[in-house]
Design a protein around this ligand. Structure first.
Ligand code: SAH
Length: 404
């Protein structure tokens, strides 16, 4: 086969001659030379300087991450049969999880590098699949992947949500819409079912693929710690994920705060959808940093605060600025809590690891003059697995803190 080759500038063998399990990203700086003239999204064979095969991967000429590894076996070229089998494995791994969580109708079926499919995310919402194609290699395969995914899953429609920043680094534009299957009507009112609660989801305009599936277990855990009558603040609420659980747990008041008016409009509908008393809920559209400062200046207090901000540190390079943002928002939240109040605080930045996040909280607690106990560690659910050779896949971490 005439597959172009990328020769790495150093041998990847260990001293004893064995090959380590490779990180799935090969940076441009590690590629010494190219044999052949691969186009964007072509498959290349990655080789050692002596010609020995290392792996096949997708070639991205516009990104610093030049190659993403697919198959590590020379006898297994990543053709459509190979992708079909990878999708089958990935979907199969979630089967029993979905069946055992029968009250949930949604789940992540493919989590990129963690499932050996770099640049591909597929979420299942009932009978609809919603995907992101984040590399030029995956982007070229969307019809094949969509057809295979519908066949394996039995779902009826496969949509793409390609309005995201990462695609730009690959030289790809926005691209959204139906790729395969039967279209869903524009006015469809789809509900995500989760732990006995329902959430309206905007399939076409919601953030990411529409809903934050990764907080499913953490929302339930949080609700177990919310006392009846508590004043709860769901900060960065989106469509009310945590706030709806809080209302259901018997909170005395629930304040939902987000900069997105459209997300809050859905949160309001979610209260009604779950037969919860909206008169106990307050919806505030605004910048969390300013609104929390206003609360502080007015002496407003809460018993329970959830902080689930967007990625402040998408990469290690943005970490110093992000640390300050995490510190500021946690410091403000600690100050707004009554003595013994609880803070469920999250970071979904893969650039910030758990230890670092703990240090930021320590810094915030020192400045707030509040002593803090950690009573629970939050992480990501089983449908978002962490791959040992891809530490970036461990992105969601959080702590449940009692603020004394
Ligand atoms: N907790 C939510 C998910 C939160 S995602 C859930 O369980 O579903 C992060 C949210 O932060 C998004 O809804 C986004 O609109 C909001 N956001 C981002 N920057 C913000 C800011 N500065 N102030 C308020 N909200 C912000």
């Amino acid at each position: 086969m005439n597959t172009p080759s990328a020769i790495l500038d150093r041998t990847l063998l260990k001293k004893d001659g064995s090959r380590p399990v490779l990180h799935p990203w090969i940076y441009a700086s590690a590629v010494q030379s190219l044999n052949g003239n691969p186009a964007a999204g072509d498959i290349v064979a990655v080789r050692e300087p002596n010609g020995a095969f290392i792996a096949f991967g997708h070639y991205s000429p516009h990104s610093r991450i030049r190659i993403r590894l697919l198959s590590g076996k020379e006898s297994e070229f990543p053709d459509s049969k190979w992708f079909f089998s990878k999708l089958e494995t990935s979907f199969g791994l979630r089967k029993s999880y979905l069946e055992k969580n029968a009250s949930s109708n949604s789940c992540r079926l493919v989590f990129g590098e963690s499932d050996g499919l770099p640049g591909l995310v597929i979420d299942r919402y009932g009978s609809i699949l919603v995907a992101q194609f984040l590399t030029c290699g995956m982007d070229r395969l969307k019809e094949m992947i969509a057809t295979a995914a519908l066949e394996i899953s039995g779902a009826t429609a496969f949509y793409e949500r390609g309005d995201c920043e990462i695609r730009k680094l690959e030289g790809l534009g926005d691209s959204s819409g139906l790729i395969a299957g039967k279209p869903v009507p524009d006015d469809v009112d789809f509900h995500v079912a989760e732990n006995g609660l329902l959430f309206h989801m905007d399939l076409f305009k919601g953030q990411k693929t529409g809903f934050f599936l990764d907080q499913r277990h953490n929302r339930r855990t949080v609700s177990e710690f919310i006392n009846s009558g508590a004043d709860v603040l769901d900060c960065f609420s989106y469509t009310g994920g945590f706030g709806i659980y809080a209302a259901k747990a018997g909170a005395g008041s629930v304040t939902l705060l987000d900069e997105s008016e459209s997300a809050l409009a859905i949160a309001r509908k979610n209260m009604a959808l779950n037969n919860l008393d909206s008169s106990k809920a307050e919806f505030i559209a605004g910048d969390a940093f300013s609104v929390l400062r206003e609360f502080r200046d007015r002496g407003r207090q809460f018993d329970f605060i959830i902080l689930d901000p967007p990625k402040f540190a998408p990469t290690k390079a943005t970490l110093p600025r992000a640390e300050r943002a995490y510190k500021d928002v946690n410091l403000l939240a600690m100050k707004l809590l009554r003595k013994g109040g609880m803070l469920a605080t999250f970071s979904c930045s893969s650039g910030m690891d758990r230890e670092n996040f703990r240090k930021v909280l320590q810094w915030a607690s020192g400045d707030a003059g509040r002593d803090v106990q950690i009573i629970w560690n939050f992480s990501q659910p089983p449908d978002h697995p962490v791959r040992l050779n891809f530490p970036e896949s461990e992105y969601l971490k959080g702590f449940l803190c009692r603020v004394l």
